[in-house]
Write a protein that binds this ligand. Sequence first.
Ligand code: UDX
Length: 449
Amino acid sequence: MTRSARSHPTADHRASTMKIAIIGTGYVGLVTGTCFAEVGHEVTCVDNDVRKVEMLRAGGIPIYEPGLEELVKQNVAAGRLRFTASTAEGVEQSQVIFIAVPTPPLPDGGVDLSFIEKVAREVAAAMTDYKIIVDKSTVPVKTGEKVAETIRRYCKAKVEFDVVSNPEFLREGFAVEDLMKPDRVVVGVAGERPVAAMKEIYTPFKAPIIVTDISSAELIKHAANSFLALKISYINAISVICEASGANVQEVANGIGMDARIGRRFLDASLGFGGSCFPKDLSAFIRIAEQLGYDFRLLKEVQRINADQMERFVKKITDTLWVLKDKTLGVLGLAFKQNTDDVRMSPAIDLCQRLLKEGAKLRVHDPQAMEKAKALLPTDGQVTYVADMNAVADGCDALVVATEWPEFKRVDLERAKRGLTHPILFDGRNLFDPAEMARLGFIYKSIGR
Ligand code: UDX
C-alpha cells in the first residue's frame, strides 16, 4: 500500500525551502519531519530522549512504519534531515517550529497537556526572533490560546511570534502515504501573518489547504476521529442485527458504502477499534464537551458499542468452546491493526488478556508486534510466541484472528485443520469467506455474517 519514495512529490518542489524544527520524534513527529525533508525542506527533529536521537542518527528507526526507514536514510544522506536532543538548537535553526509531543490521557478521560506546556516554555526560552509555533499534537480546543500565553510569559527576548494549529490525520501503518498525499491540510491561525509560511511548507503536497481560526482547527481533529470511530461503531451495531437476522454485514456495508454520501471506508465490522488515537480522542472529546456544557451522549454510545463488541466476541468463543481453562488457543495478530508494531490499546491484546483470565493457554503470532506485546502479556509461560503463522494452530483447540493483517488470509488452513483438535476458527476481522470455510469443514464464527 505504501507508495515508494520515488513516486512522492519531490525534486521539482525543492525550489522553496523552509527551515523547520519538529519537537518530538514519535509517530507523528518523525513521519512529519521526514516527509517535510522529502519535499525539500530543511528539517531538524528534536527529542529529549538522547538514546532515541543517537539511534536515529545511526540510521535506526524506533517504530515500524512501512517506507519510513528508507525515507529517513535518504533525507539524512541528502543533508535535509537531522536529529538533536537540544530544543534550543532546533529553535535557533528554524523559522517554523512544530510541536509533536504526546498528549496522553488522564485518569478522568481528559488530556495531559504537560508535555506541550513544557515544550512551549523551552521554545519560548530559546526564541530570539520571530517564529511560528505550530501545534501538531492532538489537543483540546483552546489549547492554542494557552500555548500563546505560555510563550508570551516565558520568552525573555520579547520577540513576536504566531501560534498555529495544524492537526495531523495520518493513520499508523499508512503514515508516509497519508502524509505525502493528504486529503486536506488544516491550518488554524489567529491572523494572516503565518499563513504564507504554512502554505509554502504544504504546497509541495498538492492538497487543498483549509485556513480556519485556531479553535476550529483544534476541533476538526477531535471531530474527525470521533466521526470515524462512530462509523466503525455504527457498522458494528449493524453487525449485531445482521447476526440476529441472518444478513451479511459486508454486503450491507458494500450496499450503503456505494452511496457517495456515506462511503465504504471505515465500515469494516470488527471486534472493535483500538490504538493510541480513537479510544483516547473519544474520551477526551466527551470530556471537552462536558467542560463546555454539552453531554455528548452519542459518543458515549460509540464507546459502549465498541466495548460490547469485544464482550460479544469473547462470548462467541466461550459459547463454542465452553470451558477455556487448560485449553490452548492460537491467536493471529497482536497489533491494534495491520502494518504496525503498535500494541497500545490493541483489541488483540485485550482479547488475549481476557482469554488468559479464563485460564486458556495461548500460542500467538504477529508479523511485527511480538516484541512489543511481550511487555503487556504475562511472562508466566501461558503465552507462546510462534514465529511462523502457519504453525500457530498446532496443538490448539481453536484458532482466533484478532488483527486484520492481510497475510493472515494466506494462512495454511489445511495445515491448521490438521493441527487443531477440531477445526474451529473465530475471525474477529472477517478475513475469510464463510462459504469457503464451510467447504473446508471449519466451524467458523466471524462478525455479523
Ligand atoms: C486514526 C485516524 O484514522 C487518523 O486519521 C488519526 O490521525 C489517528 O487515528 P490510527 O489510530 O492509526 O488512525 O488507525 P485507523 O486506521 O484509523 O484504525 C483505528 C482502529 O479502528 C483500529 O483498531 C482498526 O482495526 C479499527 N478499524 C478501522 C475497524 O475496526 N474497522 C474499520 O473499518 C476501520
